[in-house]
Design a protein around this ligand. Sequence first.
Ligand code: PLP
Length: 407
Amino acid sequence: MLDAKKIAQDFPILQKKSRGKRFVYLNSAATTQKPRQVIEAISDFYSNHHGTVHRGSSEISAQATEMFEKAHENIGKFVNASMQETVLTRNTTESLNLLAYSLSKKYLKPGDEVLLTKMEHHSNIVPWQQLALEKGFTVKYAGITKSGELDISDLQEKISNKTKVVSFTHCSNVLGTINDAKEISRIARDAGAISIVDGAQSVPHMMVDFKKIGCDFLAFSGHKMLGPTGIGVLAGKKERFEELPPFLFGGDMISEVFFDHSTWNDLPFKFEAGTPHSAGAIGLSAAIDYLEKIGIEDVLRHERELTKFAFEKLSGLGFVEMHGPIPEKRGGVISFNVRGIHPHDVGGVLDEYGIEIRTGSHCAQPLTRELGLESGSARMSFYVYNYREDIEAAVEAIEKTFRLMGK
Ligand code: PLP
């Protein structure tokens, strides 16, 4: 069993005070805090080993290259993807933009369809919308049920021989809903479509095996799993990556350059143009080592326990409406509204108590509208360093907020 209080000791920022109170961080779905082990790995790299990767001739530069490639390999291994199947990007957003651009350049033409879901983050909507304007394909959305789950029968109805891509979130950052990525990928495959899993909210919290899911691509972000900002991942089937054109062009992604044409580097570097974020890869690899030491299976178990506890406490208040399915069907994310109080005010008052949550549309405006939440919602989200007292503190502050401002 995971010892969250002990884990929290590894996080320097969680030892700090906010508004003169113990800093309670309940915003990990936005970004996670970093343990000492990750901070030290980055600091050690810059202090002792930093040099240009793939380009230098010195001993130090060779060390930097070796460390970067080792980290690169470790990052892919975490989701059961080989080095050639793992492209490093800046974040999930860049991974999804890469796919929208390269897939639409290679495959998508007028009359084709891309199927998304109504619970997508903006990063899995806007790139497709923009490329649709250019290439003339249509973007469709599978609906959600009243309980906040994906409506699989609607997805099945909307998929046809026109569907070339099915791109969906593994776990909703608003509703917490965990989608059956294996089943949706199978449906896509059977229809002859390419499947893309947005793993931004799943990979950090549960065992995600790229090969077992059977999808074509899996995207996720380092900063949501204890790693640094600026490093993300796109895992993909080798044969898919091989047939796709590159997204960005320049150094490192080429094999040969002539004045009139160029040829591309081997995988994964064909998709990694320019000087890589070597320190980011090393930090993310250290974060993965840290999560593996905890045991990734224990992470979701721990978050579920906290989610159940928070559900009980919040529903006990009688003036809090929670959105999304029951705790057994979700990750550690709870979006909610307090009767008569604007979500921003809830966030503002909680901040006065040293508690950070997120408020607004959570970068999912279409879903927020679909749920009828014109002012958005408040959201608390959990990770390995959260424990019951964090939730108790938040619930107590919500109760005080309601007494102060509620109706
Ligand atoms: N997809 C989902 C489900 C998310 O929750 C997020 C971020 O919150 C993203 C994609 C985008 O991640 P990033 O901002 O790291 O690119």
